[in-house]
Ligand binder design. Sequence first.
Ligand code: GLY
Ligand code: MN
Ligand code: MN
Length: 445
Amino acid sequence: LLLHAQDLDLPIEFHVNNRKALRAKMPENSVAIFFAAPIQKKSHDISYAYHPDPNFYYLTGYKESHSVLMVFKTPLKIDSILVDELIFVQENNPNDEIWDGARLGVNGVKEQLKFKYVISNKEFSVLNLNYEDFDLVLTHIPAHGFEDNARDPGDLASMHKHLLLDLKTDSVLVNEQYRLKDILAGLRQFKSSREIELIREACIISAKAQNELMRTFKSGMYEYQAQAFLEFVFVNEGAEKRAFPSICGSGENGCVLHYSENRRQTKSGDLMLVDIGAEYKGYASDMTRTFPVNGKFSPSQKLIYNLVLKAQKEAIKLCKVGQKFWTPHDKAIKVLAAGMMQLGIISSYKDVYRYYMHGTNHYVGLDVHDAGLYGAYKPNQVVAIEPGIYIPSGSPCAEKWWGIGIRIEDNILITKYGNEVLTKDTPVSVEDIEALMKEESKYFK
Ligand code: GLY
Ligand code: MN
Ligand code: MN
């Protein structure tokens, strides 16, 4: 009897096949042990919203904590049946579920997540595997955040303690974290068609939020009002979460790369840098637009904006099969350096890093900075391309450039024959942005 149906965001075969792909890449006679992410405490008895470990979720589809997954390269005999994977999960518990919501429980995981061998996490120590029988034990264990609940023998802390005791003999060869991380990065960097659909939807929602904000925006709005508006659109459009703290930096704040305080009142004449990402069914998007608070770029703002835009366009052109991962970044640096030299902002090439100090590209997926192996591009990879220029006041260049912080970021799907900009619903040219800001938002009507 299935008491608690969990909606699956991806077909269960996706997760089953991911474990198969992992097993195929594991070394001979090895076991891979994955711990679920711990529940993160804010303070006292308040926790942050739970976010599954992306590798754990990718392999299982399970969204609860206090769980351990084991995958065996070669099937083992346990209780006289051959087992090539097993999972420990938290049991159903009516009392706890009244407070914290439904759990899948042992039977739910068996039936919905298609695991043949599911064990209550309270029985972790009962399994008693002999780890010396493996040539290699591969582990993926979050570095911190295990809090021991003395009343729960099945919590992460208890399972972790027990595992460490079992592995604490010289004859067990343990390879922490790295090999599994690389295997998973090698798998996760290629997206299935359903994953691409989810990222596409996240991008559509982010773009809608950007568009409606630009239509709604008036000088004098506070940065947090922009944030509230954007995140209202996310939730209203069906995105459960934001993939990272929204960055709404006006004026000087646009030069702070991960600014997320968003407390300042915007002023006519400022630029506003908006770097946001809706998360849809676990998948991130990550897009930035920079617009003039009063609806019209000043001449110096326009010059820098168009330079960043040129760098972005040239970088995006290089997001195609066969190009090396960092080629778009190298190209962006070249364009930005040449442009800033021409504008007299810098006098030598290497000074480009004074005003552009971050990478241009990263993978996007379950993580906003997703896992991948940074090899040459292949179809079904998704990347963000995000050049920028940041000139805080007091910089060693003409004053007319001071306080300009500009980033333009889109998400790009690599296809067989080229690429597709998934965030293209939001305009990017000076003219189109100024025109959009003159439109009225009908979002609330
Ligand atoms: N918002 C984080 C990034 O752009 O990478
Ligand atoms: Mn971003
Ligand atoms: Mn980014």
